[in-house]
Design a protein. Structure first.
Ligand code: SR1
Ligand code: MG
Length: 421
């Protein structure tokens, strides 16, 4: 999509106070005297500008999309409209699970700007995973957030008109979907131009790219991603999209929001936890107990998700699917329980498959993860990443034959203990 001519201009720390000073929702929080505002640009993600703007009165986050991919530069144009999808996703997530995403104060579509709540003293979850910090309530918050946003954005909850209007809105986010379709599901499996990987992985990369079962499995997952508009997804739900304090968890950055399969958000998140698990030897000598904590979080997220999803199924199933009039109202509550179990099984298998492709793409495609990138010793980095690739392959290929989360975590433990990869 080409941008039509607009007055769009990227903010700078110098221009920001003058440009945003007249916006009441921001001035209410920072004061009207913009000479007292101080801004700094702190964006460390792959795509956008992010400013912390503060005064003696308060702090605000100002996020602005750039017309290109920041990670790559202006050789890769990207529509500003992603801010519109992010804004729409944020307000829906806030309704579906209040208190977990930052409050939006102001949205300017032409300038692709979202002014929102400054989360303090939160840090990005990846940083906390590298530092070996435990977060109280992490699994509970993330599992419930997943269940509530995925259930309440789906045909299980929404009426047909609202749901179709939403599908239409997010279906126009073509370029961001294309990024995921390409970087997540295809590039890792051949020598694509933007790929890069740690040289020590060459033998396993050759093996994986020759692995037909894996490639077919990855394409099966891509077909689900592209064809199954099951619910509104966050769309980029990795541990860089979560902010934490030792006792609080928030979710940010849903600019990749789209309608897709529930297991995509869950799998992407779990895949990132499993990578953080394998990366621990690169961040401290004695991380065995912390590694177990990470696996406990994975277990807890799935348990919370399935418990809360089941509760919502029983209490809030007001949409167009599996209507109560067909089951409970006919004196057949067991019928809806049977359907629930089948849905959870499908989401489980999708979750494992998407976790597997996420691990593989974060190791071989364009965008990697800080937990691995920051391991300076190349042989150690290759070792951590290689273990992740082993698990990723198993998750994609064997997703239909894996029982409970305990056995998947056992597989991760076993791969972590193997002498070499
Ligand atoms: C070109 S964007 C690369 C990656 O960064 C985002 O966070 C998404 O994960 C995307 O795949
Ligand atoms: Mg992001």
């Amino acid at each position: 999509m080409t941008e039509t001519a607009t007055n769009y201009a990227p903010l700078t720390v110098e221009t920001l106070p003058g440009r945003l000073g007249g916006i009441k929702a921001i001035a209410d929080r920072l004061g009207a005297d913009t000479s007292k505002w101080r801004s700094k640009e702190v964006g460390d993600g792959n795509l956008n500008l992010v400013f912390i703007v503060e005064s003696d009165q308060g702090k605000v986050i100002v996020k602005q999309a750039l017309p290109y991919v920041r990670l790559v530069g202006d050789s890769w144009p990207l529509p500003l409209k992603r801010a519109y999808y992010e804004y729409n996703a944020l307000i829906r997530q806030a309704e579906r699970d209040p208190g977990i995403v930052p409050e939006v104060y102001h949205f300017d579509e032409e300038q692709a700007i979202i002014a929102m709540e400054f989360l303090h003293p939160h840090i990005i979850l990846r940083q906390s995973l590298m530092a070996g910090q435990k977060i109280d309530g992490l699994a509970e918050t993330l599992g419930k957030f997943l269940a509530r946003t995925l259930f309440r954005g789906s045909d299980l909850s929404m009426d047909t008109a609202k749901r179709k209007a939403d599908v239409r809105l997010f279906a126009e986010s073509v370029e961001l979907c294309d990024i995921t379709e390409t970087l997540v599901f295809s590039d890792p499996y051949f020598e694509a131009e933007r790929n890069h990987h740690t040289p020590g992985l060459d033998p396993i990369v050759r093996e994986l790219r020759a692995d037909i079962d894996l490639k077919v499995g990855a394409q099966d997952m891509k077909a689900k991603f592209a064809n199954n508009a099951e619910t509104m997804l966050h769309g980029d739900f990795h541990t860089g999209s979560v902010m934490v304090t030792p006792t609080d968890t928030k979710v940010i950055d849903p600019e990749f929001a789209l309608y897709g399969p529930m297991g995509f958000d869950i799998g992407m998140l779990l895949g990132n936890f499993w990578m953080a698990y394998f990366a621990q030897p690169g961040h401290g000598a004695d991380r065995a107990e912390y590694q177990e904590w990470i696996l406990g979080v994975v277990d807890g997220i799935w348990a919370e998700f399935s418990t809360e999803f089941s509760r919502l199924w029983r209490e809030e199933r007001t949409g167009i699917l599996y209507e109560r009039s067909l089951f409970e109202d006919q004196g057949q509550p067991l019928g809806s329980e049977q359907a629930l179990a089948a849905r959870l099984q499908m989401i489980w298998e999708d979750t494992l498959g998407f976790a597997g492709v996420e691990i593989i793409r974060r190791t071989l495609s364009l965008a990697h993860i800080a937990e691995n990138d920051s391991i300076e010793e190349e042989a150690l980095r290759a070792d951590c990443e290689g273990r992740g690739l082993r698990l990723g392959r198993q998750l994609v290929v064997n997703r239909g034959h894996m029982g409970a989360m305990a056995s998947v975590n056992d597989l991760a433990r076993q791969i972590a203990q193997e002498a070499t990869v």
